[in-house]
Design a protein around this ligand. Structure first.
Ligand SMILES: [Zn+2]
Length: 95
């Protein structure tokens, strides 16, 4: 997926730069949030794809391979407790 996005958009992404591409990504996250709040499944699919595409554009500009970064952290187990499924204490929110 990251290679596909690079082949399609790297010329635009390079011109736009990291900070403006970050703004696009954050905008897409908010559009995904609105689609989920509206329980609009076709729109959720579209916005999820857009969100991932913009994340991949951002990572292309930063020369970070998402698959490598993901597997480095989530290598088939929870990074906190090391178990699968996770055995950490349940947390309702991010704080
Ligand atoms: Zn865990």
């Amino acid at each position: 997926m990251q290679q596909i996005i690079k082949e399609i958009y790297i010329h635009h992404d390079s011109r736009r730069g990291i900070l403006k591409t970050l703004e696009w990504f954050l905008s897409e996250v908010n559009e995904l949030k609105a689609a989920i709040q509206n329980r609009d499944i076709p729109n959720i699919k579209e916005e999820a794809a857009d969100t991932l595409a913009w994340l991949l554009s951002l990572l292309n500009l930063l020369n970070i391979n998402l698959e490598e970064a993901f597997l480095e952290k989530y290598n088939n187990k929870c990074p906190r407790c090391g178990a699968k499924p996770c055995k950490c204490i349940y947390r309702e929110g991010p704080t």
